[in-house]
Design a protein around this ligand. Structure first.
Ligand SMILES: NC(=O)c1ccc[n+]([C@@H]2O[C@H](COP(=O)([O-])OP(=O)(O)OC[C@H]3O[C@@H](n4cnc5c(N)ncnc54)[C@H](OP(=O)(O)O)[C@@H]3O)[C@@H](O)[C@H]2O)c1
Length: 287
């Protein structure tokens, strides 16, 4: 290991510790009675977020397409301590459902303190082979519905000094094979909400924007896709969910979970060829 490499690694470590120490501290009480809308909460990370918000005593509205699953999650939220737990079934590929969901939450909760945009449409983990219609549909679900809901909720978030939380992926910062449609939607989210965040700050808005970059998380849908194809470790959905909630509650602009996803994205910029080699060789693929 050369001295330059050691200095680089030590600098990254020191910078990481400094960032962690100066991060604002989280007060769980700040979420008691908070009015929260979580999308994609019938399973996976969204479901885990709903349970955490329930434990913190929030008032929540959850959404997804499957009514029965939403009902079960809402019941569990109440048993964990949620002050309110309501659900509305909606398809984010529809033109009108994103607005309908926000209006439902505003009406039932009397406003919003947190809008947590987390849902994703299903997409294959495979080589791109020209499915343009699928990309267009996925853009509707994973991107257009996000900006539609954010715009609808902004006036209420402005009033409540609220937070907009966007669940994104390391794929949006660092393209990898087998995920072209998904990666496009996550890159679009990073670009749009990164830009919006500047504009809100320039307007001296009350609303904070948090963009959460996640690595591989052990949800059923993710594991089903990557099992046998990648050797990357998967991290627990409940912990990812808690980190997202804390990032929103402390009004931080960014989350990287697990922590090393930030280092990986930096490596991509600093050593692109080496990073590409590692990415391509970390996947089982026989042409
Ligand atoms: N898991 C990972 O490895 C990983 C890694 C990086 C980033 N992330 C991000 O984390 C977030 C959650 O991922 P996850 O793994 O928890 O996903 P998931 O388990 O597949 O859950 C997706 C959620 O979205 C809902 N949904 C799917 N299609 C929908 C549609 N057309 N309209 C409305 N809702 C729809 C699903 O509910 P219904 O089926 O009831 O509609 C479900 O509640 C996503 O933004 C994802 O990009 C995940």
């Amino acid at each position: 290991m050369g001295p330059l490499f050691k200095i680089l690694m030590a600098s990254i470590f020191v910078a990481y510790i400094a960032v962690k120490w100066t991060a604002p501290s989280f007060d769980p009480e700040s979420l008691r009675g908070a009015r929260v809308l979580v999308t994609g909460a019938s399973k996976g990370i969204g479901e885990q977020m709903a349970y955490h918000y329930g434990r913190f005593g929030a008032k929540i509205v959850i959404t997804g397409r499957r009514e029965k699953a939403l009902q079960q999650v809402a019941e569990k939220c109440l048993s964990l301590g949620a002050q309110e737990a309501l659900y509305i079934a909606a398809d984010m590929a529809s033109e009108s459902d994103p607005d309908k969901v926000v209006d439902f939450a505003l009406d039932k909760l009397g406003g919003l303190d947190y809008l947590v945009l987390n849902h994703i449409g299903s997409t294959p983990f495979s080589m791109w082979s020209g499915e343009v219609d699928h990309v267009s549909w996925l853009m509707k679900v994973n991107f257009f519905s996000y900006i539609q809901m954010a715009w609808r909720a902004l006036p209420s978030l402005e009033q409540s000094k609220g937070s907009l939380v966007i669940v994104s992926s390391v794929a949006g910062k660092m393209p990898s094979p087998f995920t072209a449609p998904y990666t496009s939607t996550k890159s679009a989210l990073n670009g749009f909400f990164g830009s919006l965040s500047h504009e809100l700050a320039m307007k001296e808005s009350n609303v904070s924007v948090s963009i959460c970059t996640l690595g591989l998380i052990d949800t059923e849908s993710a594991m089903k896709k990557v099992r046998g194809i990648t050797k990357m470790p998967a991290y627990p959905a409940a912990e990812a969910a808690l980190n997202i909630i804390i990032t929103g509650a402390t009004r931080q602009q960014e989350l990287y979970y697990p922590w090393f996803t930030q280092i990986i994205t930096l490596c991509k910029d600093w050593f692109p060829s080496a990073t590409n080699y590692v990415i391509q060789n970390s996947l089982n693929y026989n042409p």
